[in-house]
Design a protein around this ligand. Structure first.
Ligand code: ADP
Length: 384
């Protein structure tokens, strides 16, 4: 198969920022792309070859989009898997495979998969409806506090809530969900594993994530994680084990907890490029987006090591600001050394919406961390 400057066609389901950054790489290699998204204002629109407006969850829409493509990938996992299975049966290469997506799409199924495969994860109970949780607490089957997670369609912390009392359950949607034991963690870590269609596998260094306390969104991603080498090794081994068991093709981002006594528990995975790998655009030999393309096309995987320390700061919409976006103090941030902003192209901001990110690179990690803090304090994402 010829991919470069040829009639080969790559489809991408989802046209958000991950897709947009994937398209930097297809443009670099002159690979023809067709993207579908439900929004007319999708960030991908400006750089794909063909854009289709449509619902990612509708069987016919996804099936019709995929027919005639050579390879089909995703940048979001909430897509119609039945349509992908049919396409796969008809010879379209779908990566990640629908079988991998099915395990991951539902958090209850995903957690069961970990326990079935002897992968360390926090204990949990599955409920068909949130309303069943109250009974379980009354019967002593479940104790406060626990973490409630919607089984489906959670994203960026939206489907997650710490429940400390009965009243915390009141506002939750009555849907399939899990109740997870609260993990007393020291650190949240992530490892990206790349696997190509020939079975070659490589892991990226362990990164460390710092979360915004209220919004449950990543504030800084730090590569390499400032943790003990032994703990880092354990994290990589566990991420590899998850990857080997899921047998995905493409990237798998594995989010992990490091507990107070240095156990590693798997939180969740995403079978695609991930926020925790954005630093790689500036800091790695092969960035995660190029790596995903290499993996799904069966090309040799690139070197995953970093050239320099990298820190990623998410640019999220400021609280109390909704409307046409303005990026304030960008010039001041650009005066700092080693700073590269990425603006996703969403015209409307709202509180905590991911609007962009900034990567800070430096040979010295502590200097990078200082600059990251300055960037965070300087740039404001507000409305007009
Ligand atoms: P999402 O799919 O929305 O990213 P996650 O399952 O990753 O949701 O949860 C979001 C955040 O909530 C995690 O990054 C972590 O900070 C916190 N969290 C999730 N599960 C637990 C848990 N079992 N114990 C403690 N904190 C948790």
């Amino acid at each position: 198969m010829h991919y470069f400057s040829s009639d080969f066609k790559l489809g991408i389901l989802g046209g958000g920022q991950l897709g947009k950054m994937l398209l930097y790489e297809t443009r670099k290699w002159d690979i023809h792309t067709k993207v579908m998204d439900a929004s007319e204002e999708a960030p991908c629109k400006i750089s794909c070859n063909e854009f289709v407006l449509g619902s990612l969850l509708d069987f016919d829409t996804v099936y019709n989009f995929g027919k005639g493509l050579d390879v089909l990938t995703i940048e979001i996992e909430n897509v119609n898997t039945d349509a992908l299975e049919k396409l796969e049966g008809e010879g379209v290469k779908v990566y990640p495979q629908p079988s991998a997506l099915r395990i991951i799409q539902n958090k209850a199924t995903q957690k069961l998969f970990y326990t079935d495969n002897d992968i360390p994860t926090s204990p949990f109970t599955r409920f068909a409806y949130t309303s069943e949780i109250k009974d379980s607490i009354t019967n002593g089957g479940l104790v406060f506090p626990f973490v409630w997670k919607s089984a489906q369609f959670g994203y960026d912390g939206q489907g997650v809530k710490v429940v400390r009392s009965f009243s915390d359950l009141d506002d939750l949607p009555n849907v399939e969900c899990i109740a997870e034991e609260m993990v007393d963690f020291k650190n949240e870590l992530a490892v990206i594993v790349a696997r190509n269609s020939n079975g070659e596998v490589k892991t990226y260094p362990v990164v460390e994530m710092e979360f915004h306390p209220e919004a449950n969104q990543v504030e800084y991603v730090i590569c390499p994680a400032r943790i003990d080498e032994k703990v880092a090794q354990k994290a990589q081994e566990i991420a590899l084990k998850v990857s080997n068991n899921i047998k995905h093709v493409g990237l798998l981002a594995v989010e992990l907890f490091q507990t107070q006594d240095d156990q590693i528990l798997v939180n969740e995975v995403a079978p695609r490029p991930h926020n925790s790998g954005h630093y790689s655009i500036e800091a790695s030999y092969t960035n995660q987006f190029e790596q995903h393309i290499r993996a799904i096309l069966g090309l040799p995987l690139g070197k995953t090591e970093s050239k320099v320390a990298g820190i990623m700061v998410n640019l999220v919409g400021a609280e109390n600001h909704t409307g046409d976006v303005v990026y304030k103090n960008m010039e001041a941030a650009l005066q700092l050394d080693g700073v590269t902003p990425h603006i996703y192209g969403k015209k409307q901001t709202r509180p905590f919406r991911k609007m962009g990110h900034v990567t800070i690179v430096d040979e010295d990690m502590s200097r990078a961390r200082q600059v990251a803090q300055k960037v965070k304090e300087t740039i404001k994402v507000i409305s007009k």
